[in-house]
Design a binder for this molecule. Structure first.
Ligand code: C2E
Ligand code: CA
Ligand code: CA
Ligand code: CA
Length: 280
């Protein structure tokens, strides 16, 4: 057992080493990724729970690394936040989304509202409002075509400042969504004070509606039902993310969740593939 323990330790520490080397390698590559044009913006449809029609889409960044292939945002967004690279990357995301919206409009398509993720360092950065205002104004896109998704924890970090900034974005015409709802803590009074349009129930809640429980089961999933009712009483559109099964969809429909997003309907798609969906 002792021998095994030693091996396990060696394995563990060399694994750690490898990981930090990997981290360093990725970090220096991340600096070059923008100028090398290695980022891609994918779009995942948001659908109306009842009609299953596309009513929106979330823009999700992908990094197409020359040697490693696609690197997911969970891997490099935290790194970008740490190094401050999130600011130019975030600007690229908004510019690219605006470019895509303009191109789709130019080809005569009716564009659903596009959601863009804003992470904590971006939201707190000085000059963020001005940068957003400039990018959107330069693009010619109507601000009402865009939703900002900001997580609960970001907003609660500094609730007073967040409220002021959200009010400015709201006045500009943007729609505002609280992302990953239920994973942090937010008091009811703040939910009312933030000028939100939408609440996204975190996908971890969806696991509650599992295969062992009928959609009508009053035990499991009541938390989701409660969140939907609460959100509606505040006049918010409720979106469930991570919807993977028909059972989950049926449950959400029964509880009057407004919109769903998840692999059941579509994976995130490259812009061209998303455009083809809009064309049907
Ligand atoms: P998020 O904002 O919570 O995005 C939802 C994540 O759930 C996405 O992961 C999406 O691909 C994934 N997803 C969608 N449907 C399903 C499903 O049915 N099942 C499961 N298990 N997952 C599903 P993704 O694209 O890997 O993004 C991860 C996170 O990275 C995002 O979480 C967001 O926090 C961040 N992120 C992505 N794009 C951007 C961006 O452009 N800017 C910033 N600041 N953050 C971004
Ligand atoms: Ca999101
Ligand atoms: Ca989310
Ligand atoms: Ca998330």
């Amino acid at each position: 057992a002792k021998q095994q323990g030693g091996n396990a330790y060696r394995f563990y520490s060399s694994d750690l080493n490898e990981r930090s080397l990997q981290f360093l390698g990725l970090q220096s590559d991340l600096h070059k990724a923008l100028e090398r044009r290695e980022f891609r913006l994918f779009y995942q449809p948001k659908i109306d729970t009842r009609t299953r029609r596309i009513v929106g889409a979330e823009a999700l960044i992908r990094w197409e690394h020359a040697e490693r292939g696609f690197v997911g945002p969970d891997e490099f967004i935290p790194m970008a936040e740490e190094t401050g690279l999130i600011e130019p990357i975030g600007a690229w995301v908004l510019e690219e989304a605006c470019r895509n919206i303009r191109a789709w409009q130019a080809s005569g398509l009716a564009i659903p509202r596009i959601s863009v993720n804003v992470s904590s360092r971006q939201f707190g950065a000085p000059g963020f409002y001005e940068a957003v205002h400039r990018i959107i104004a330069d693009s010619g896109v109507e601000p009402s075509h865009i939703t900002f998704e900001v997580t609960e924890s970001v907003l609660m970090e500094n609730a007073a400042e967040s409220t002021a900034l959200l009010n400015r974005f709201k006045a500009m015409g943007l729609h505002l969504s609280m992302d990953d709802f239920g994973t942090g803590y937010s008091s009811l009074s703040y939910l009312r004070r933030f000028p939100l349009d939408e609440l996204k129930i975190d996908k971890s809640f969806l696991a509650e509606i599992d295969a062992d429980h009928a959609p009508a089961d009053p035990g499991k999933g009541t938390l989701i039902g409660g969140i939907i009712a609460l959100g509606h009483s505040l006049g918010l559109t409720i979106v469930a993310e991570g919807v993977e099964t028909e059972r989950q969809h049926a449950f959400l429909q029964q509880h009057r969740c407004d919109q769903c997003q998840g692999y059941l309907f579509s994976r995130p798609l490259p812009a061209a593939a998303f455009q083809r969906l809009l064309e049907c």
